[in-house]
Write a protein that binds this ligand. Structure first.
Ligand code: TYD
Length: 144
């Protein structure tokens, strides 16, 4: 089953799941489930109650976020519209396009966020000022 998403549009991808009395199994295949090449995988864990992560946008990095354990909310903003996704199953993958402001919050106890990214880590990828982000998005739209 091909599940590649439209570029630029955040979307939940239903990953395969093999339910089994011995324990369930899910997987991600680059060519089947991702619209980008995998350059990096990182994970966020041991998040204290009430904390949030993110609060920035990436210039070119695309990501797939999976709640491997527990649950959390991913709040995305494209400069005009806000999207909120609750990730609470380890067979949901959230595709996050580049140039999308993102915040991850409401982490449950012992939650584990797996992030598959299309670029190596680079500080130059980050936009950390929301007003600057909105300005860039607006200029992109009018073709400046
Ligand atoms: P950062 O992405 O700023 O976390 P958040 O946006 O959730 O607050 O990452 C925190 C630090 O971790 C950052 O200063 C550098 C380091 N880091 C890496 O070295 N490699 C990575 O792939 C990531 C995601 C972070």
């Amino acid at each position: 089953m091909i599940m590649l998403t439209e570029k630029q549009t955040p979307a939940i991808i239903d990953l395969p799941k093999y339910l089994d009395n011995r324990g369930n199994l899910s997987y991600i295949e680059e060519d089947t489930h991702l619209s980008f090449r995998i350059r990096r995988v990182y994970w966020i864990y041991d998040v204290p109650g009430g904390e949030s992560r993110g609060g920035h946008a990436f210039k070119s990095t695309e990501e797939l976020i999976v709640a491997l354990s527990g649950s959390f909310d991913v709040v995305l903003n494209d400069g005009e519209k806000e999207y909120r996704f609750s990730l609470n199953r380890s067979y949901y993958g959230l595709y996050v396009p580049s140039m999308m402001w993102r915040l991850i919050e409401n982490f449950s106890t012992n939650s584990l966020a797996l992030v598959i990214a299309s670029t190596d880590y680079s500080i130059n990828e980050y936009i950390r000022d929301f007003n600057e982000f909105c300005r860039i998005k607006k200029n992109e739209k009018v073709g400046i």
